[in-house]
Design a protein around this ligand. Structure first.
Ligand code: GUN
Length: 291
């Protein structure tokens, strides 16, 4: 059984990008610049955005954190998006989700310039991704594809079962896995909360991608011997023995499932770091398009 080391792979990607940035700087060019918009004080969002900004600094990108109050109006947030769209010093930006209830996330995403939409959430990027045209692919699906690619995991003709159909993970990864790409050409089944006989379906999977946000949901008896198991879950579960009072829990019952899997991602240290690395790759793409 092979543990798919997302942490180490992400480190490799950051090293490659850092070298590219250094050579840009040596040629007198400015580095890529990512901005991240954070609205309100959602705990996990703060952690994620701070990590994204830190990653940028580590590899020599410029980064700007735009910290806005939870009470901001939709109109003022749209104005901020417009300002970032028109700021030539910023190559790409993200608006961290979730947004406060009084703001329509779809309106905000639709207002982002697709060429700066490094999250790949804009309908134009999503559509281009589905059509297999050059696009920004959202960070988690892109991170998963990159991880499968770097571990040379064969996907062609395999049965890939995706658990979850969210806009940012389940749906895009199921499309990507089915497209005619190096990582792709799989036969994909998308499952979700209304799926009947889930266990019978996951038992047939050569590759399982669990993206439901339900701690330890995928049990060993749901997995075929030799399956590749990708765990997208990152729930916070109370744990008094941890300094922070919680631990990160994946969607996979890792200790048991690893006994059956051929390859498996751990949590933490699997898909999470790859998601962060994918955002850096997307930001480099935004920078390259602009030049
Ligand atoms: N919330 C959870 N994941 C993400 C992400 O990848 N991007 C943004 N903008 N918000 C998120």
């Amino acid at each position: 059984m092979t543990i798919l080391d997302g942490k180490g792979t992400a480190q490799e990607i950051r090293k490659e990008l850092k070298e590219k940035v250094e050579s840009l700087k040596n040629n007198g060019e400015r580095p890529p610049h990512l901005a991240a918009v954070l609205v309100g004080d959602d705990g996990p969002s703060h952690t994620y955005v701070n990590a994204k900004v830190k990653d940028c600094r580590q590899i020599g990108y410029e980064s700007t954190l735009v910290d806005l109050p939870a009470t901001i109006s939709e109109k003022d947030l749209l104005d901020k998006v417009d300002q970032l769209n028109n700021d030539d010093n910023i190559d790409g930006f993200i608006v961290q989700l979730p947004l406060p209830d009084h703001i329509d996330e779809n309106e905000i995403i639709a207002a982002i310039n697709p060429n700066k939409d490094v999250d790949g959430f804009h309908p134009e990027n999503f559509g281009r991704m589905a059509l297999n045209l050059p696009s920004f692919i959202s960070a988690t699906p892109r991170g998963i594809v990159e991880l499968l690619d770097r571990y040379d995991i064969e996907t062609e003709g395999k049965h890939c079962v995706v658990i979850g159909r969210s806009n940012i993970v389940g749906t895009p990864i199921s499309i990507l896995m089915s497209r005619n790409n190096k990582v792709g050409n799989a036969t994909v089944t998308v499952t979700h909360s209304r799926t009947k006989n889930l266990k019978e379906i996951t038992q047939q999977a050569d590759i399982v991608i669990a993206a439901i946000g339900n701690p330890y949901f995928l049990k060993a008896e749901m997995v075929k011997e030799g399956a590749v198991v990708i765990d997208v879950g990152m729930s916070r579960v109370e744990d008094a023995s941890k300094k922070r009072g919680y631990r990160l829990a994946g969607d996979v019952d890792f200790d048991k499932v690893k006994e059956k899997a051929s390859h498996i991602t751990p949590v933490p240290g699997g898909v999470g770091p790859m998601t962060r690395a994918a955002l850096l790759l997307n930001t480099f793409r935004a920078y390259s398009i602009k030049k």
